[in-house]
Design a protein around this ligand. Structure first.
Ligand SMILES: O=C1O[C@H](COP(=O)(O)O)[C@@H](O)[C@H](O)[C@H]1O
Length: 229
């Protein structure tokens, strides 16, 4: 069962999550000399990343990467890299080392090997994987109904290329195995619609139906969920 942090307000939830992330990254730097976090994109993480940018950390010892990425140019409005650069990698936090998923390959499938090599060079286990969830129960870019979902849930690779069944852009995604190779999994759930999906996921059932179950219905890695109205 995940640890749940309940908030009436999304801004308070974001501030609390940022504090907890900063604490874990700070501990990792103190203990290992390096800290690593993988971030989700989309709309939900923006306030968390803006709050985290102000944390007093040895940012030059922090590695930041992505849980998933849309295969678009880094200055595209839908780019998760752009989100991270505009929100987190500002001020002192700009000293962090950012490891992108997107490379110059013509599509995500052609770019997967280079992305995999970049991920293999990260300091595993990552300290935190910050997940979001769509209302269809997808997490990272592991979408229900995607041709690559079975691969994403079973591959020994850290990353895979994905074509979402009903969302724009090819994606690069961390695999389930990579997500579960982290020390802490954090999940953001905002709004009543996502809360209903989250409750359904927690009740149990096939991970193929609601891929977020890969994180929620396991006991190997600690999971904390920030839930706001
Ligand atoms: O496509 C994506 O969607 C999920 C959820 O995004 P949100 O906008 O509803 O917060 C996100 O976790 C994932 O990283 C992103 O690529």
């Amino acid at each position: 069962m995940p640890t749940e942090h309940l908030f009436v307000d999304g801004a308070l939830a974001a501030a609390d999550m940022a504090r907890r992330i900063a604490m874990i990254l700070g501990d990792a730097v103190a203990q290992r000399g390096v800290a690593a976090i993988a971030l989700s994109g989309g709309r939900s993480p923006r306030p968390v990343l803006e709050a985290l940018a102000g944390a007093a950390l040895d940012w030059d010892k922090v590695i930041v990467t992505l849980v998933d990425e849309r295969w678009v140019a880094p200055d595209h409005a839908d780019s998760n890299e752009r989100l991270v650069r505009e929100t987190l990698l500002q001020g002192k936090a700009a000293a962090a080392r950012f490891v992108p998923m997107k490379n110059k390959a013509v599509d995500a499938y052609a770019g997967q090997a280079e992305c995999e090599a970049a991920f293999a060079a990260l300091p595993w286990p990552l300290d935190i994987v910050l997940l979001g969830m769509g209302e269809d129960g997808h997490t990272a870019s592991l979408f229900p109904g995607a041709a690559e979902l079975a691969e994403g849930l079973s591959t020994g690779a850290l990353t895979l290329a994905v074509t979402p069944p009903a969302a724009p852009h090819q994606r690069m995604s961390m695999s389930a195995g990579a997500i579960l190779a982290s020390r802490h999994i954090f999940l953001q759930i905002g709004g009543a619609a996502k809360k209903a999906v989250y409750d359904r996921a927690l009740a149990g059932g096939p991970v193929e139906e609601l891929p977020v179950r890969l994180a929620l219905c396991q006991h190997a890695v600690s999971v904390e969920v920030w839930i706001s109205e």
